[in-house]
Design a protein around this ligand. Structure first.
Ligand code: SF4
Length: 119
């Protein structure tokens, strides 16, 4: 009886291992790409909602208010980008996720007033 339970447990573990490997191999290339690029998430729209509140822009050249162009944590304004912000997670193709905008993407070269130096 004991060995039957042990055998069943071994078979169960083997099936879990096989299923895990099979799912990673079977994931089509397009699905892996979508997962990496944020699952096809929309880009944040500058000027709308939270993006307006934090002056988010995909292109920093559109930041025209000189009062916003200040050094933060020893980093000059010109060197502040989403890609080196602590809230940014790279998703490839010049885009990434930002914890301020769940489910949406920001530009790696974007910027907003909540920028904070990545560790
Ligand atoms: S918080 Fe950081 S990553 Fe998010 S939009 Fe602002 S600068 Fe970009």
């Amino acid at each position: 009886m004991k060995s039957n339970r042990r055998d069943a447990l071994k078979k169960g573990l083997s099936l879990v291992a096989v299923a895990s490997v099979a799912s990673s191999v079977a994931m089509p290339a397009f699905a892996r790409r979508r997962k990496k690029d944020g699952g096809g998430a929309e880009m944040v729209k500058p000027g709308e909602g939270m993006a307006a509140g934090v002056n988010y822009q995909h292109d920093k050249a559109k930041i025209t208010d000189d009062k916003l162009k200040v050094e933060k944590q020893g980093v000059a304004f010109k060197d502040q980008h989403c890609k080196n912000c602590v809230l940014y997670t790279d998703k490839g193709d010049g885009k990434g996720a930002c914890t301020l905008f769940p489910g949406k993407l920001v530009a790696a070269d974007g910027w907003c007033t909540s920028w904070s130096k990545k560790g």
